[in-house]
Design a protein around this ligand. Structure first.
Ligand SMILES: [Zn+2]
Length: 193
């Protein structure tokens, strides 16, 4: 799958970071995140203490890792900043939780969260406390779809309106297991395992 826009990396990466936190019972380190970026087929152009730069055909990712946080900034390789995103994972001591969120560089564009809710993982039980709508992207004749699993869909449906696009906040129209967003042009597809 070609990753044309920052959101196409941000959403699967945020999901993966959540999985790594649950599995490892701690924040992933820089190495683990770099390993994930390699799986997306990115070329490594710089690896330094606490910093990694990865380049895909259409996007560039800069990863900064520290003891308490890990941040990946994702930009279009054209240098266009309007669709740039930051994926941030950190431990919030007050909330007693690990948080993974996707922050738009241009915050005016989408007032809600990309993925509708951040990933919130209890720091003792390592249970997921929120209902983020995250997945990976696939392209076919019908367009480009955010593919989510059945469990994600059920949690989404229980907690809130499934008529809101998790990518841009626009309105979705559903046809069976697929929904289309007129605003961002992406679709959402539910694939039950
Ligand atoms: Zn949309």
């Amino acid at each position: 799958m070609k990753l044309y826009e920052p959101v196409m990396l941000a959403m699967p990466l945020a999901r993966k970071l959540g999985e790594l936190i649950t599995a490892g019972k701690r924040l992933p380190d820089g190495e683990e995140v770099i390993e994930e970026l390699r799986k997306f087929g990115f070329e490594e152009i710089c690896l330094d203490r606490g910093l990694a730069i990865h380049r895909g055909r259409f996007i560039i990712a800069l990863t900064f890792s520290g003891r308490e946080h890990i941040i990946t900034d994702i930009l279009s390789s054209t240098g266009e900043l309007s669709d740039a995103l930051e994926v941030m994972a950190y431990h919030d001591r007050k909330l007693e939780a690990y948080i993974v969120e996707i922050l738009p560089a241009n915050e005016l564009e989408f007032e809600g969260n990309i993925g509708l809710e951040p990933v919130i993982i209890d720091d003792r039980t390592f249970e997921l406390k929120s209902n983020p709508v995250l997945g990976h992207f696939e392209e076919d004749g019908g367009g480009i779809f955010l593919v989510i699993d059945g469990e994600t869909y059920e949690r989404w449906k229980e907690e809130r309106d499934t008529g809101t696009c998790p990518i841009c906040g626009g309105s979705l129209s559903w046809k069976g297991e697929r929904a289309y967003c007129r605003e961002c042009g992406y679709g959402v597809e539910v694939v039950r395992g």
